[in-house]
Design a protein around this ligand. Structure first.
Ligand SMILES: Cc1cc2nc3c(=O)[nH]c(=O)nc-3n(C[C@H](O)[C@H](O)[C@H](O)COP(=O)(O)OP(=O)(O)OC[C@H]3O[C@@H](n4cnc5c(N)ncnc54)[C@H](O)[C@@H]3O)c2cc1C
Length: 498
């Protein structure tokens, strides 16, 4: 008899986690930074003062060691003039005051696995690495919160709280490399967000060093707090442009006991997507709801991972979580609904091994896709979930029109679809066509009531497209906030508004 499936929610994240080292550069290079030749950060006197602040062993000025801090997952390089590793908010404050005094850019860096160039010093200056600020200060079961420094990886935080029977749901696939500070700055999402929400739904309070060097505390450790403007939410998702996060208090929930996954193929993407409201009508909120389109199935088949029935045009993975009894009951009901809606070749996990096997199809995709091009333009488009089939149809039509290969898959539970256009890094003409695809797919997402980024942010990569998604008045309001907090423009220049 097979063992009962008691896979924890983390095993779902594990199942779709890409290996960052293995990921082809997304290379979504639309603009180049307007890098000045040098800034005062290259000055010996300024470097001596930085040394005094962080200590000799915590500064890099040797250009041969800059490479890891010159890039993120986009893999385009803009070298810093120095990299410093402060230990706390006071040191960061001193660095920022120096930057204001003599005038050089400062860019905060977490795990360096952003997809939009956010942590890259496009205008030079210094990079502040938060690697040394990696202590989890407190896990409080009674208050359901964790107090952490920003340099803890998402994975380490999840493991630490799960050991106490608690759960931190946001789970970007980069979770083994990404830092909590980077997650908050990007308001990261992930596979479990359809049920549990994104990073901002878990940020209760922050300690932040402002671009003028003042250290402020925002929010607190209560879920209810309506005193004044919500500075915690202003900082969350601000992409390192409004302040440097030096401590975070994050909301936790009790850890669900088990998960159960059901996988089914469908003739069409529309059929697969129709299961989403059907599950809601049955009062089931899956922890993960992922779709793969026909091209994604082709890719998986070509890699020899799995053979699908001839008429399979889409695949749906649905996972529920809860107590062992709940997942047993809900898992059966999910299976019934998927079958009733046209699902065939349906499998429901009966063991932990089964869970892992069912997710193989999704796990294999990132590496299988590589044979379709050396450059993957990975766009995290988001639309209301009822419009997902149209988005995928439009993306496919756009790719066909420009003779480009596209693979669509992602989080149908929250409408966030990864539209991956493939081309060859060496083929300039193909890259130009692929960029047209990207722009037209952005427009398609907007036309369908969505927007150009659900989780990766803007950085410098999507900055030229900001005005497609936001009105002039919205952009102007954001610029005013930026200017009010950072009058000298020292924090992460060259991002979002260029
Ligand atoms: C393979 C892969 C899979 C991914 N999957 C997902 C996914 O499922 N969901 C998702 O949302 N994203 C995903 N991403 C994108 C990325 O990993 C996330 O945006 C993540 O939150 C970045 O964290 P990081 O620590 O690497 O940040 P970095 O790349 O180091 O920095 C990102 C931004 O945050 C700022 N920043 C960093 N630390 C601080 C701080 N302490 N204070 C203020 N600002 C700071 C930086 O200045 C920069 O603007 C993925 C990326 C890869 C490569």
């Amino acid at each position: 008899m097979s063992r009962q499936s008691t896979a924890t929610p983390s095993s779902i994240t594990e199942a779709v986690s890409d290996s960052v080292a293995d990921t082809p550069p997304s290379g979504v290079s639309f603009v180049r930074g307007t890098r000045r030749a040098t800034t005062p950060a290259s000055d010996d006197g300024v470097r001596a003062r930085l040394r005094e602040i962080v200590g000799d062993e915590n500064i890099i000025v040797d250009p041969n060691r800059f490479e890891p801090y010159s890039q993120d997952a986009v893999k385009e390089k803009f070298a810093p003039e120095a990299v410093v590793f402060p230990a706390n908010a006071v040191e960061i404050s001193a660095i920022i005051m120096l930057a204001n005094e003599v005038g050089f850019p400062v860019t905060a860096r977490g795990g360096g696995v952003g997809y939009t160039g956010g942590a890259v010093p496009v205008e030079g200056g210094i990079v502040i690495g938060t690697d040394r600020m990696n202590r989890i200060k407190e896990i409080n079961f009674d208050d359901l919160c964790v107090v952490t420094e920003p340099g803890v990886t998402t994975y380490d935080l999840q493991q630490a709280v799960e050991a106490e029977g608690l759960f931190y749901p946001p789970d970007p696939s980069s979770y083994k490399e990404s830092f909590i500070g980077g997650n908050i700055a990007e308001n990261a999402g992930g596979i479990r967000c359809a049920k549990y929400g994104v990073t901002k739904h878990y940020v209760l309070g922050l300690e932040v060093v402002l671009p003028t060097g003042e250290i402020i505390k925002t929010g607190g450790r209560t879920t209810k707090n309506v005193v004044g403007f919500d500075l915690t939410m202003l900082m969350t998702g601000s992409e390192g442009m409004l302040g440097i996060i030096t401590e975070a208090t994050l909301r936790l929930i009790p850890l669900p006991e088990a998960t159960r996954t059901v996988r089914a193929t469908f003739r069409t993407m529309r059929e697969a997507c129709e299961c989403v409201p059907a599950l809601t009508r049955a009062r089931i909120t899956p922890v993960a709801l992922e779709v793969l389109d026909a091209r994604a199935l082709e890719v998986v088949e070509a890699a020899g991972v799995l053979k699908f029935p001839e008429d399979a045009g889409a695949l749906l993975l649905a996972a529920v979580d809860g107590s062992v009894d709940e997942v047993e009951k809900d898992g059966r009901q999910v299976e019934e609904i998927l079958r009733a809606r046209g699902g065939f070749d349906v499998e429901r996990a009966a063991s932990v091994e089964d869970e892992q096997r069912l997710w193989d199809v999704r796990r294999s995709l990132s590496s299988a896709i590589k044979r379709y091009g050396t450059l993957k333009l990975n766009n995290d488009l988001v639309v209301p979930r009822s419009r997902v089939p149209e988005l995928i149809e439009r993306a496919t039509e756009i790719a066909d029109k420009h003779q480009t290969f596209v693979v669509n898959f992602g989080h149908v539970g929250d409408g966030n679809i990864h539209v991956n256009f493939m081309c060859d890094r060496e083929d300039a003409e193909a890259i130009a066509r692929t960029r047209l695809c990207v722009k037209e797919s952005f427009q398609a997402a907007i036309d369908l009531g969505g927007t150009i980024s659900g989780e990766h942010g803007i950085g410098y990569v999507k900055a030229p497209y900001l005005s497609m998604a936001l009105s002039p008045a919205e952009i102007e309001t954001m610029k005013r906030i930026k200017h009010a907090l950072d009058p000298r423009g020292i924090l992460n220049p060259g991002k979002m508004f260029v």
